[in-house]
Design a protein around this ligand. Structure first.
Ligand code: PAF
Length: 280
């Protein structure tokens, strides 16, 4: 497994892969890998000959410096996991490489970035779209895999790739869950044992909504989810959006077609997100 830290080294390694006629898959990550990431790697491997994983904790998508500083990191463990999984290349740039001095260019999906979770985390999706564009321009993948857990991110990246005519296919991979239903996330390790136990309420609320979806209205599902979350005193519901699954447009009344339920719940200062797409 090759490890590249500079753009020049990465481009040279990619040129070697291309010279063999291989299809390149990519999984952008911020490291501290878990089973959910490894599922993305497996998805990329199913759709490509050589998989590149990037590890870069992207400062521009964090709202405050303390959240960025607290983001967990374990480079040695990440590299061991990726080597075991048969990843061809790991790209690990530093901040100066991804954001060269004097840079001015940002990428933003104007509507989709400034709604839903984007309202709770202003600028977050601009940071994501900008860094993902830069990573794609360096690695030039043919396919890239993203998790469905970050549903808004996935839809934004699909939209961005279509709008900017980027020559690659985005594949969404299903969320990997702990035994109690909690979506795997690098943030989970920061939960206290009590909050970790309480956090299973998120998937219980989504499952209750999924079960009730047929014949339910948006208001019914709002009520059901809020009531379920409020049974857990450690949980604070921060965002709940029930939207048209592909466009993320607001809907009301009875569910008509594929509908995304997007939720963010805080446990202390840790914000967890999850989603479920339901079809009535
Ligand atoms: O989903 C993530 O881990 C990040 O948002 C991503 C896509 C790697 C961009 O920094």
């Amino acid at each position: 497994m090759l490890i590249c830290r500079s753009v020049a080294d990465c481009r040279a390694a990619i040129a070697d892969v291309r010279a063999k006629g291989q299809i390149i898959g990519m999984v952008p990550t911020m490291g501290f890998l878990h089973e959910g990431h490894m599922r993305l790697v497996a998805t990329a491997q199913d759709n490509a000959d050589a998989v590149v994983v990037s590890i870069f904790v992207n400062p521009s998508q964090f709202g405050d410096a303390s959240d960025l500083d607290a983001y967990p990191r374990n480079e040695a463990r990440d590299l061991a996991m990726l080597k075991d999984a048969g990843v061809a290349l790991v790209f690990m740039p530093d901040v100066e490489t991804m954001y060269p001095a004097g840079d001015e260019t940002i990428v933003e999906t104007t509507r989709m970035a400034n709604m839903l979770h984007g309202l709770v985390r202003p600028g977050h999706f601009r940071g994501v779209a900008t860094v993902v564009t830069r990573l794609f321009n360096i690695v030039t993948p043919d396919v890239a895999a993203f998790g469905e857990k970050d549903y808004q991110q996935l839809q934004i990246i699909k939209r961005m790739v279509a709008d900017l005519h980027m020559p690659l296919t985005i594949i969404g991979a299903p969320t990997v869950r702990e035994a109690d239903g909690l979506a795997m996330s690098s943030r989970n390790v920061r939960l206290s044992p009590q909050d970790r136990a309480a956090a299973s309420v998120i998937s219980r609320a989504l499952t209750a909504a999924e079960t009730a979806a047929s014949g339910a209205t948006v208001d019914d599902l709002h009520g059901l989810i809020s009531d379920t979350i409020s049974t857990e005193p450690r949980a604070s519901l921060k965002g709940l959006d029930i939207v048209e699954a592909e466009t993320l447009n607001a809907i009301d009344g009875p569910l008509q077609g594929p509908t995304a339920i997007m939720i963010s719940v805080a446990f202390g200062d840790i914000l967890l997100i999850d989603q479920r797409v339901v079809t009535p």
